[in-house]
Write a protein of this length. Structure first.
Length: 239
């Protein structure tokens, strides 16, 4: 992951922002069943642990991030997704949530995530959707690209993995996302706070979270045809 501490995840500065709380629930809805009962889990790029609390369990879990600010000594490693400091086939599950868009070359990051997976292991991913939605927030965060579902599936398959599920997420609040991106273009981020996150009044936050709770229930059963994120689960073939 090539972003630096000054351009890293805004969640480190504002972990209670509504989007991060909603993302945890939506990731659980889509990917929770694919976590299984692993012995060893690698969480790449999630120094903001609350967003992946659903991955907790009795298994050994190591967090890796290029930004050391959110890492916990003894349970975390400061490192890059482009050169993971682990032996081949070390982990039963690897999670990389809003990570791959920070990586260039993409193929190197995907190869590394795949390399450290044991045969039969699962790769769990999320990425931001739609290049047309590119804004100053992406530039602040150190993104290289945004994705469609097809684009992410292609990257996964090129890495030699089999896609188990791929869906959009944040579809229930998608109209608000489109409006927010249009507003950013008009004001060029002037009303965003220092993290690049758009301030949301309490009443609007309650509405957004309520819509995401409805979507969470739906994502347990069906895939979404659009949304501001793409979420996927894939399996590394057995030998």
């Amino acid at each position: 992951m090539t972003s630096t501490p000054t351009r890293g995840s805004a969640s480190l500065a504002q972990p209670d922002y509504w989007w991060y709380r909603a993302r945890a629930s939506l990731l659980d809805a889509v990917l929770g069943d694919f976590l299984g009962d692993p012995k060893r889990v690698l969480d790449v790029g999630s120094a903001d642990a609350p967003s992946v609390g659903w991955m907790a369990g009795d298994h050994a879990r190591i967090t890796l991030d290029v930004d050391p600010r959110g890492l916990v000594a003894g349970r975390a490693v400061c490192g890059s997704a482009l050169a993971l400091p682990f032996a081949d086939e070390t982990f039963d599950v690897v999670g990389a949530f809003d990570v791959v868009e920070h990586c260039e070359p993409e193929a190197v990051a995907m190869a590394e995530l795949t390399r450290v997976l044991a045969p039969g292991g699962r790769l769990l991913l999320s990425v931001p959707a739609y290049q047309w939605a590119w804004s100053d927030h992406d530039e602040r965060a150190g993104h290289y690209r945004r994705y469609t579902r097809r684009r992410l599936v292609h990257a996964i398959e090129q890495a030699g993995l089999s896609v188990d599920r791929a869906t959009y997420a944040f579809s229930a609040v998608f109209p608000f996302f489109v409006a927010e991106r249009a507003a950013r273009r008009v004001r060029r981020g002037s009303r965003s706070d220092s993290t690049g996150l758009t301030p949301v009044p309490p009443a609007m936050e309650r509405l957004l979270m309520g819509l995401c709770r409805i979507e969470q229930r739906l994502l347990h059963r069906i895939d979404a045809p659009f949304g501001s994120s793409v979420v996927a689960a894939a399996t590394k073939p057995d030998r």
